[in-house]
Ligand binder design. Structure first.
Ligand code: PSU
Ligand code: MN
Length: 299
């Protein structure tokens, strides 16, 4: 697989400087323009200010790019023809010369090929509500099961069935740890009511645990569940009825498969008059901050 790296990413790889992988689906399909671009630029500057090279991953004209120059980042944020590209679609995207935004699963796969070991996102995909009928379970979980990396996420998206997502992650052997908490966070909210995740209280602790997993020969990721800051959260009781209404709207309009997650995020944004977008940005920035610290510990 041919990978184009930006100059900065190439330099960081060669000199062993810390790198933080970032996905582009959250930009292209998770947030509207121009808020998505502002978020991406803010996240990348934060990395640079703190001495870490950001590596946003995307596919341009069938070519895999790790580290996007400004014009490519704007293109991903703005263009309507950029497709959501998961891990199983990588070969197709290359063969068909897609412009593709990479999801958690494809971003992890590509980052791992380069030896990048830390990745920050918003919220991973997981087991959808009603999966007992639809069988809709995100590829993200399977990528987490067989890609040894540290992945920072604000729990799993609250549009999912969180107890089933946690069960599935146990089945798949994914190490799930809570950053300063033993409760699995629920993306927009700190609280999910699902307890029992292993708490770790520092970025150094996260890095040490990852090293132990690697030296034990484990091939799964360490998923760091990092709760949204309290001041930015939408409390679970407030967001729950909105999520239910959005899930109903998706069912009525027959929205399934890979279109479901972007639809739900957009519908929740409308129903909260933009508040969910602010929360999404805040939690993703919070994850980048922790990702920066972990990447430095591991470099
Ligand atoms: N987290 C966000 N916004 C997003 C996503 C995650 O804050 O848009 C994206 C990620 O790219 C993730 C994808 O991999 O949603 C999951 O999609 P699905 O449920 O179709 O597997
Ligand atoms: Mn799915």
């Amino acid at each position: 697989m041919k990978i184009h790296t930006s100059r900065n990413v190439q330099l960081a790889l060669e000199s062993g400087q810390p790198i933080l992988a970032l996905e582009s689906t959250i930009i292209a399909h998770g947030m509207p323009f121009p808020d998505n671009l502002k978020f991406a630029q803010q996240g990348e500057s934060l990395c640079r200010d703190r001495g870490v090279t950001p590596a946003m991953i995307a596919i341009i004209n069938g070519e895999i790019h790790v580290g996007l120059e400004k014009d490519l980042l704007i293109f991903i944020a703005e263009d309507d023809g950029v497709r959501k590209t998961s891990r199983r679609e990588l070969g197709i995207a290359i063969a068909e010369k897609w412009h593709g935004a990479t999801t958690v699963s494809s971003t992890m796969h590509i980052a791992h090929q380069l030896g990048i070991s830390v990745f920050a996102t918003g919220g991973i995909g997981g087991v959808h509500r009603g999966a007992e009928y639809s069988f809709d379970i995100s590829q993200d979980l399977f990528a987490l099961a067989n890609t040894p990396m540290v992945v920072i996420s604000a729990g799993a998206k609250a549009i999912l069935d969180l107890p089933k997502t946690l069960e599935m992650m146990e089945t798949l052997g994914i190490t799930v740890i809570g950053y300063k908490t033993n409760e699995f966070p629920a993306f927009y909210s700190q609280s999910s009511g699902c307890f029992g995740v292993y708490p770790v209280s520092s970025s150094r602790g996260v890095a040490a645990l990852f090293r132990e997993n690697v030296s034990a020969g484990l091939s799964a990721s360490v998923l760091v569940a990092n709760p949204v800051p309290l001041k930015d959260e939408i409390p679970a009781q407030e967001i729950e009825s909105i999520i239910n209404a959005s899930c109903k709207a998706a069912a009525t309009q027959n929205i399934t498969g890979k279109d479901l997650t972007p639809f739900l995020l957009g519908d929740i944004l409308d129903k909260t008059s933009g508040r969910s977008l602010k929360t999404n940005q805040a939690l993703a920035i919070n994850n980048i901050k922790l990702g920066i610290d972990v990447a430095k510990e591991l470099a």
